[in-house]
Design a protein around this ligand. Structure first.
Ligand code: C2O
Ligand code: CU
Length: 573
């Protein structure tokens, strides 16, 4: 009898797995959809934090519309540039674009940005389930509000450890100055720093204290506008929700927390995390996370959600939203207390959380055990020709007028500096000293990496000219990398502890003050890809490098990717 029930159990298991195999093999073709989107990009006056400012909107919305797709779907977005006097390019951050570099949406790298009155049609497949984002990749345009969230759901029946109702959270920071003022300040001699943002936004809503402007000008700043009331996240008691959180800040690193609720971190940048519980989530610009939140608290009241600046001395008030336990009313007189958030300068706590993020076995491939090539990248601030810049191994990278990939494919020379970018730096460099190296340069040079190889990147932080060491979120286009480790001080290959067992894969990762971050990736995506600090001002000041690999395999440039720089006179044969 025992034997019989045992075999029945086996049979049932077999049947279940048969159904599962059927679902996963049959469903993709059945379910794959094409999303045809038309996005009109305009400038509009918005009161995102009660202060009237021109923001970039997509079909009237800032942040832009949320893309909700299923793995395997094709997204076709026609971006109509109605900005009147400014180009536009949109990058699909975290979407790998395997073999599809022409659609990465990066001005000066893969395409000429669309001109006013023009358009660009992006087409790509979302091949990974998870949480991603999109944003402008033209100059510092992202900080004008051109961004949004992308959710890619697993296929119906696909094995996935979690299935909960989603809540979307887009985090950003907001300046009252325009991106033009920022660009002019940063490129001045002497250099003028842009300062801290005026507000933090949750789902595009913040609250600036209009009284700070003196006599309240009701058109310029008006605290009674409904646009700048806090976002309301509606939940029902005794449920578990998956919060999909993306940070699109231009400067600020953040801590995110929900009053009275713990969070279980389960995903980052589209990759499953070994679940861990935390009171607050540190999130750096360019990162996404999914956290599970169970509404198990006293259901007769609402709760506060807050974000606060970390890693820089905060001068920006915390951002705030409301977790509304339905059907509780939203009583403006008794808004919940936003949780205060952790200390801004507790680097150990920030590094420890990054170290706690491990890849979930069965979902995240193990990394190759060794690397074919190692790049050591020292992050410093330098003066070049009297301009303050950010430099990698003493080279501050400038983007050419002609996109790299187009130049490579059409063999247009004189577009970028053919000298290979430096793969190492002088390891006697003192990372605790104010940089005084006078041999820093600005260049358009690139790294040429062998195709289908394993490459390690050791990011090394140092003191900047302001006398401190900053946190830099580094983002890689076109790939996920394994995060092998984070450490304090100078990287030492013989003592550094690296995780080769279950590292997470990500596309964006912080480099902590006076520390190092070690990454490993496969050069399996032909083309040329940006790797850069996701802080808008740092990127603008040259904190970027380019990895070329297998670009000979890339198809000819589509006509719409050309039209600028030296590509003007080329007609695609
Ligand atoms: Cu999200 Cu190159 O950026
Ligand atoms: Cu940076």
């Amino acid at each position: 009898m025992a034997r019989l029930s045992h075999s029945i159990a086996i049979l049932t298991k077999l049947q279940v797995s048969c159904i599962f195999v059927l679902l996963t093999t049959v469903m993709p073709n059945v379910e794959a959809r094409t999303h045809n989107l038309t996005w009109k990009v305009t400038y509009e006056y918005k009161y995102l934090d009660c202060f009237k400012k021109l923001a970039i909107a997509i079909n009237g919305q800032t942040p832009g519309p949320h893309i909700n797709a299923t793995r395997g779907d094709t997204i076709i977005v026609t971006v109509l540039n109605n900005l009147l006097m400014e180009n536009v390019a949109i990058h699909w951050h975290g979407i790998r674009q395997l073999g599809n570099g022409w659609n990465d949406g990066t001005d000066s790298v893969n395409q000429c940005a669309a001109m006013p009155g023009g358009y660009f049609t992006y087409q790509f497949v979302v091949d990974q389930a998870g949480t991603f984002m999109y944003h402008s990749h033209y100059g510092m345009q992202k900080s004008s509000g051109l961004y949004g969230l992308i959710t890619v759901n697993p296929l119906l029946g696909e094995e996935t450890p979690y299935h909960y109702e989603d809540r979307e959270i887009v985090l950003s920071d907001w300046y009252h100055d325009s991106a033009y003022e920022h660009a002019v300040k940063l490129s001045s001699k002497p250099y003028v720093w842009i300062g801290e943002p005026q507000s933090l936004l949750i789902n595009g809503r913040g609250r600036y204290q209009c009284e700070l402007l003196g006599v309240s000008n009701h058109d310029q700043c008006n605290g009674s506008r409904t646009e700048c009331t806090p976002d309301v996240v509606k939940v029902k008691p005794k449920q578990t929700y998956r919060f999909r959180i993306a940070s699109l800040t231009s400067l600020s690193a953040l801590s995110f927390q929900i009053e009275g609720h713990k969070m279980t971190v389960v995903e980052t940048d589209g990759v499953h995390v070994v679940p861990f519980v935390t009171d607050n989530l540190y999130i750096y610009s360019g990162e996404t996370y999914s956290v599970l939140v169970t509404t198990d608290q006293n259901h007769s009241r609402n709760y506060g959600i807050s974000i606060n600046v970390i890693a820089r001395k905060p001068e920006t008030p915390n951002g705030f939203a409301i977790l509304n336990y339905e059907p509780n009313p939203l009583d403006a007189q008794h808004l919940p207390q936003p949780p205060p958030g952790p200390l801004w300068n507790d680097t150990d706590s920030q590094r420890n959380q990054s170290l706690a993020i491990k890849g979930l076995r069965g979902y995240v491939p193990a990394p190759p055990k060794t690397a074919d090539k190692v790049l050591h990248l020292l992050n410093t601030q330098n003066i070049v020709n009297g301009f303050k810049v950010w430099a990698i191994n003493n080279v501050s990278h400038a983007l050419p007028d002609t996109p790299y990939l187009v130049a490579l494919k059409l063999n247009i020379t004189d577009v970028f500096d053919p000298t290979p970018a430096p793969e190492d730096y002088d390891h006697s460099y003192n990372i605790y000293k104010i940089p005084e190296n006078t041999n820093a340069t600005t260049s358009t040079s690139i790294y040429r990496l062998p195709f289908n190889k394993t490459v390690d990147i050791i990011l090394q932080n140092a003191k900047s000219m302001g006398g401190d060491s900053e946190t830099h979120p580094w983002h890689l286009h076109g790939h996920n990398f394994w995060v092998l480790g984070f450490g304090k001080d100078k990287f030492n290959p013989s003592t550094a502890s690296l995780n080769l067992e279950n590292p997470i894969m990500k596309n964006t990762v912080p480099l902590f003050p006076y520390g190092w971050t070690a990454l490993r990736f496969r050069t399996d995506n032909p083309g040329i890809w940006l790797f850069h600090c996701h802080i808008e001002a740092h990127f603008y000041l040259g904190m970027l490098v380019l990895f070329e690999s297998g670009s000979d395999m890339v198809t000819k440039p589509p006509q719409q990717n050309m039209g600028c720089g030296k590509t003007k006179n080329y007609i695609n044969p």
